[in-house]
Design a protein around this ligand. Structure first.
Ligand SMILES: [Cu+2]
Length: 323
């Protein structure tokens, strides 16, 4: 694997992009001029090969207005998320769907972003189950992926992609998914600054602020020792998805430049105040894990003056597919 090379190239592209942005900014004054919201609240540093012009780079800097929330619509910009399996059985199943264009034709051409043509997220409405999946595309544009939705309940599926059309912007579409059967929604897990997953403890610092960029810093330890050899996963040392409690508005946040741990830093802007569930994917020793946190935007996450209570974290929040 040459992921080391890839991440270096990614970092170089980032540096170049920000270099340009800063160069321009210094000439004309403050560099935190408002950037237009784009990609449905997909706050990210510029991926390689993309310039600041499309607005991606701007999200890492202070913005005066909140980005629009993504994932709230099943159709947007002429694209529709069509689920072929909207009511999968509980347990392991195969989910199938397609992205249709304005004419109702299945889209077959996508732009690779973060190593994949399409990122597929499934979360339970009560935010206790989270799956970040990478489906496989058939020749006709039908996507399929194995998923394990453990219990009956209401879920939501998100497709995060960018059509391979000149000038196309990334879009996140969201569609309801129901696993038939009786269920009782679980209460939102409490706000705690640490999450335990597979013997790792992840601590969350910083703030998620409504309408303004803030830094979230996640620190990964194992058996009390900092983990300093996180592995790149999809070209970054961590991926963060935030879902808003109430409507599951979607934010996909990418990390700031940094080393392989123990800290992974993100810049994110919440589209509004409220409660969010954050899901951090990180890879270590060949396996991707997910740590989950409940965070209030508009108030600082709980701080740790006393020994931190341990979040029940993501006993169930860790589904991954490396298709
Ligand atoms: Cu993905």
């Amino acid at each position: 694997m040459n992921t080391g090379v890839k991440i270096t190239a990614f970092a170089a592209a980032l540096a170049a992009t920000f270099g340009t942005a800063y160069g321009v900014g210094k000439g004309i004054g403050p560099i935190d001029e408002p950037k237009k919201a784009e990609h449905g609240g997909h706050a990210e540093a510029a991926p390689k090969g993309e310039g600041a012009a499309d607005g991606h780079a701007g999200h890492a800097e202070g913005t005066a207005s909140a980005p629009a929330a993504g994932g709230l619509q099943v159709s947007e910009g002429g694209y529709t998320l069509a689920l072929d399996t909207p009511t999968p059985a509980p347990g392991k199943s195969t989910l199938k769907f397609s992205i249709k264009d304005a004419a109702g034709k299945k889209v077959t051409a996508f732009t690779t972003e973060h190593g994949k043509e399409l990122h597929f997220i499934v979360a339970s409405r009560d935010l206790t189950v989270f799956r970040h999946l990478h489906p496989v595309k058939g020749a006709d544009g039908t996507w399929s992926v194995a998923a394990d939705l453990p219990a009956a309940g209401a879920y939501k599926a998100f497709a995060d992609f960018k059509p391979a059309v000149k000038g196309a912007k990334g879009v996140t579409l969201g569609a309801d998914l129901s696993v038939p059967g009786a269920y009782a929604p679980k209460p939102m897990p409490p706000v705690v600054p640490t999450a335990d997953v597979d013997g790792y403890q992840v601590r969350l610092g910083g703030t998620l602020d409504p309408g303004k960029a803030g830094e979230l810093r996640l620190t990964v330890t194992k058996a009390g020792k900092p983990v300093t050899d996180l592995e790149p996963y999809l070209g970054a040392y961590g991926h963060l998805v935030a879902l808003r409690d109430g409507d599951l508005a979607y934010l996909h946040v990418h990390p700031n430049e940094g080393g392989p741990g123990p800290d992974v830093s993100f810049t994110a802007t919440a589209p509004s105040s409220g409660t969010y569930r954050l899901f951090l994917d990180f890879q270590h020793e060949g396996k991707v894990r997910t740590a989950a946190f409940t965070v209030r935007a508009g108030a600082a996450p709980a701080t740790s003056s006393a020994p931190a209570p341990t979040g029940e974290a993501s006993h169930d929040a860790g589904g991954h597919s490396h298709g």
